[in-house]
Design a protein around this ligand. Structure first.
Ligand SMILES: [Zn+2]
Length: 190
């Protein structure tokens, strides 16, 4: 699999940076092309370093202990929300235990599908939501988390796979708005 990075390096410029892709011409791309450059490609790393957090250092494990952040508790999975966010709403379908998607059996897969669908519907039904995007990033921390991001209605520039990049640059959603929407999502998941 080393060929993957070798091929990318061969296509990069003299400082190891890949050129900008066609996405940079999309009208929903958050940045102007002028002056923008990719970071140089980094070194190959196999075996990959262990990035797993312990349950004590895990933000999802902490969220599961907080009544204000828990939106629903199922059999093996639950739905929580982050403490704060910059979009109309963000919810995470997570495992109740500190485990990853690799650890789930078929019954848990079925529960995950049901909870993603129900959480999608709950977020979609909120006032001022134009669409809901579903993502599994989790990124090696060791706790299954499927992230659902609600895009504000009518803000078409934020649509699609760049929504999380846009969200990073926007101001925090006021806590009282988050609390009111969390109550609606909690009721919808009951
Ligand atoms: Zn955890």
């Amino acid at each position: 699999m080393r060929e993957f990075l070798d091929r990318a390096r061969a296509a990069a410029d003299s400082s190891g940076r890949p050129g900008l892709g066609p996405m940079s011409d999309w009208e929903v791309f958050p940045f102007e092309r002028e002056g923008l450059q990719a970071r140089p490609l980094t070194e190959y790393a196999v075996p990959e370093p262990d990035r797993t957090r312990t349950p004590e250092a895990c933000g999802t494990c902490k969220a599961l202990t907080r009544d204000d952040l828990v939106l629903h508790v199922g059999e093996r999975l639950a739905v929580v929300r982050p403490g704060g966010f910059n979009l109309p709403f963000v919810a995470n379908v997570v495992s109740r235990a500190h485990e990853t998607l690799d650890d789930l059996d078929d019954d848990a897969h079925a529960e995950m599908g049901r909870l993603i669908g129900r959480t999608y519907n709950a977020l979609r039904a909120l006032d001022g939501v134009g669409n809901v995007h579903v993502n599994k990033w989790e990124n090696g921390g060791g706790h299954l988390s499927v992230t659902l991001l609600a895009r504000p209605l009518g803000v078409l520039q934020l649509r699609g796979s760049n929504l999380s990049v846009w969200a990073d640059m926007l101001p925090p959603t006021p806590a009282e708005e988050i609390d009111a929407r969390a109550a609606q999502v909690r009721a919808a998941l009951r």
